[in-house]
Design a protein around this ligand. Structure first.
Ligand code: ARG
Length: 462
């Protein structure tokens, strides 16, 4: 078992079947730069504590730099005999600087505190990338909102026409969840930053008087684990991030579903740009919303990664168990998925064109101005119970006549109730309806303009 990190107490090497099961280099190799950064920091800690001469420490940093450069140019590769990234890099460092010097680096650390640290480092970097991509999508939504300041559309509940809203208002309703997701990512990062496990050893801490706080600072953390068992065994940080990533996927999937609907012939609200849609191999006329469909599908995959991870963690006794090796693939998959999905999705949204005339024509359908009639009556002093009844009576009358609320004549209105004076016509238009919703957060153009500024300021501040 040459080159392995263990073996002293074993009379024979691992079976090929065990090796095949145990090996993780095919997925954890991407942690190599983080492992090397950890080793640099650890070498400095060993040097400060007197376990490495200046010359030996310099030689280790040199060796690690060589490995880093070879990783960057793609020439550094694990061997089939390497169990994981940590073992592979130790073997490669020994090749570079010799066993005498290289063999000193492992003192006072374990793969258990290493992996718990490296995973945090990797995820912190990628959480930042995902946050940036979410903000790019927010920017695109804000841009589309700004480009359509007065376009109206049917607002829906239960997918049925409910009340007219501004298209900009609806688009911004997809931006706010993403802003909260970015907030969650930052919040998560601040929590993870305080908890560097390096120095926790296998589970019980180390005896060499190394300074974990200095190592933590070296690696960009603000603090080190207060409990070495927790430091090596906890993966709530991983599950928490998997949740936020799944939530991003779910938030995007809700807009995806609408884009899919909007681009059908039946809705006809939006058209996809040729560069951001796909054709059919058999049906020449087809233009498909594949990006939106992949977004919808990948949301399921992100949720699966979260539930898989939580299931692996459930009831796992302290401290480190090899089960924990299963944490990496779902997390890597979640960040990879969003890093490829979000730019495509943002491009699709940025290039959507809206048929604002059709949306405006459909906005008053389904008697979507009935609430406006009721609220107009309330402003005229009629109790809401009565107002609701009267507006309902208007709808019934319109259904009988096969017309819209806006088509009722003064006479027909007065027949329903003397309260329904001709002035009610002011709110029986879609622009009148939206303009009247001036409460904070409402769909009135003045409020939506403010909201757009607020969303942009929020994104700026994140
Ligand atoms: N490769 C392991 C992981 O990903 C870290 C090594 C710890 N292995 C061990 N046998 N203690 O979790």
């Amino acid at each position: 078992n040459e080159g392995a990190l263990w073996g002293g107490r074993f009379a024979s090497g691992p079976s090929p079947e065990l090796q095949a099961l145990s090996r993780s280099t095919h997925f954890d190799w991407r942690l190599a730069p983080y492992d090397l950064a950890g080793s640099h920091a650890h070498a400095r800690a060993l040097g400060r504590a007197g376990y490495l001469t200046e010359a030996d420490e310099a030689e280790i940093h040199r060796g690690l730099d060589v490995l880093g450069a070879r990783f960057a140019d793609g020439s550094l590769r694990p061997d089939p005999g390497d169990e994981d990234v940590h073992g592979a890099l130790e073997r490669l460092l020994l090749d570079e600087v010799g066993p005498e010097v290289g063999g000193r680096l492992r003192a006072g650390r374990s793969r258990n505190d290493q992996i718990a640290t490296l995973l945090r480092l990797f995820l912190r970097d990628h959480a930042r990338v995902v946050a940036g991509l979410c903000l790019d999508l927010v920017d695109v939504l804000a841009g589309q909102a700004a480009a359509h300041p007065d376009a109206v559309m049917p607002g829906r509940t239960h997918l049925q026409h409910a009340q007219p809203v501004l298209l900009a208002h609806h688009l911004l309703a997809h931006a706010w969840p993403l802003l909260r997701d970015v907030d969650r990512l930052l919040d998560w990062d601040a929590r993870v930053a305080g908890d560097s496990p390096y120095g926790s050893g296998a589970l019980a801490g180390q005896t060499l008087g190394l300074d974990p706080v200095a190592v933590a600072a070296d690696l960009g953390f603000t603090g080190s684990s207060a409990n070495s068992i927790d430091g090596t065994a906890a993966r709530d940080f991983a599950a928490e991030l998997a949740f936020v990533l799944a939530q991003v996927g779910v938030d995007v999937s809700r807009l995806a579903e609408e884009v899919i609907l909007w681009s059908t012939a039946e809705f006809g609200f939006a058209r996809l740009h040729d560069s951001w849609s796909t054709g059919s191999s058999i049906m020449p006329q087809k233009k498909n919303p594949d990006i939106a469909e992949l977004a919808r599908g990948k949301a399921g995959r992100l949720v699966g990664n979260l539930t898989g991870l939580l299931t692996s963690l459930k009831a796992l006794p302290l401290a480190y168990n090899r089960d924990l090796q299963e944490d990496k693939e779902p997390l890597f998959d979640s960040v990879d998925t969003l890093e490829v999905l979000l730019p495509a999705f943002a491009g699709m949204v940025a290039t959507l064109t809206f048929d604002t005339e059709r949306m405006a024509a459909l906005a008053p359908q389904g008697f979507s101005l009935a609430t406006d009639v009721a609220e107009w009556l309330v402003r005229e002093g009629v109790p809401f119970r009565v107002a609701h009844e009267l507006a309902g009576a208007c709808v019934r009358r319109c259904e009988e006549l096969g017309i819209g609320l806006e088509d009722l004549t003064d006479g027909q209105l007065a027949e329903i109730s003397p309260h329904l004076t001709p002035a009610v016509h002011d709110v029986l238009t879609v622009p009148g309806s939206v303009a009247a919703r001036t409460g904070r957060g409402g769909t009135a153009p003045v409020r939506v303009t403010e909201q757009l500024d607020e969303a942009r300021a929020r994104a700026e501040a994140l």
